[in-house]
Design a protein around this ligand. Structure first.
Ligand code: GTP
Ligand code: MG
Length: 138
């Protein structure tokens, strides 16, 4: 059994889509074992996305992630990292498969509704960034 970090981004919380997105995770067999709604500062967003520091969209990305509430969550299941990325769909909604979260809800490559860890190693780091062990109930 594996865990991954998911973030429902400001474009989605603004449009009241938290429940619809969570239903997609649950339908795919992912269990939400931790969840909280928070507002990130631009500095916190910058620290979370530090791996993208050199990318041209870094500043825009950090501004966006701090522009409204986000829902951070831990998803648990068989191959949770890969399964979540499948449910999310491609980064750019124009390339995302039918039925995926980004196909249905994302507005653009930047405002793409969800984040999901891209490896088990990064998932462990990203989960620890937001949650203590006591906050995760499997
Ligand atoms: P995450 O799950 O959010 O990490 O998405 P990803 O793994 O599908 O994409 P990637 O890690 O390559 O990029 C991280 C995030 O940066 C994306 O989810 C987008 O929100 C944003 N991003 C990526 N490419 C672009 C771009 O060309 N323009 C803008 N504005 N944002 C981008
Ligand atoms: Mg990524």
């Amino acid at each position: 059994i594996e865990r991954t970090l998911s973030i429902i981004k400001p474009d989605a919380t603004k449009r009241n889509l938290t429940g619809k997105i969570n239903a997609k995770f649950e339908e795919a067999g992912l269990r939400i074992v931790a969840q909280k709604r928070i507002r990130l500062t631009k500095e916190q967003a910058g620290k979370f996305y530090e791996v993208h520091k050199e990318r041209p969209f870094y500043d825009e990305l950090c501004e966006f992630m701090a522009s409204g509430p986000v829902v951070v969550q831990v998803l648990e299941g068989e191959n949770a990292v890969a399964k979540n990325r499948e449910v999310m769909g491609a980064t750019n909604p124009a390339d995302a498969a039918e039925g995926t979260i980004r196909k249905e809800f994302a507005l653009s490559v930047g405002e793409n509704s969800v984040h999901g860890s891209d490896s088990a190693e990064n998932a462990a780091k990203e989960i620890a960034f937001f949650f203590s062990d006591l906050e995760i109930v499997g």
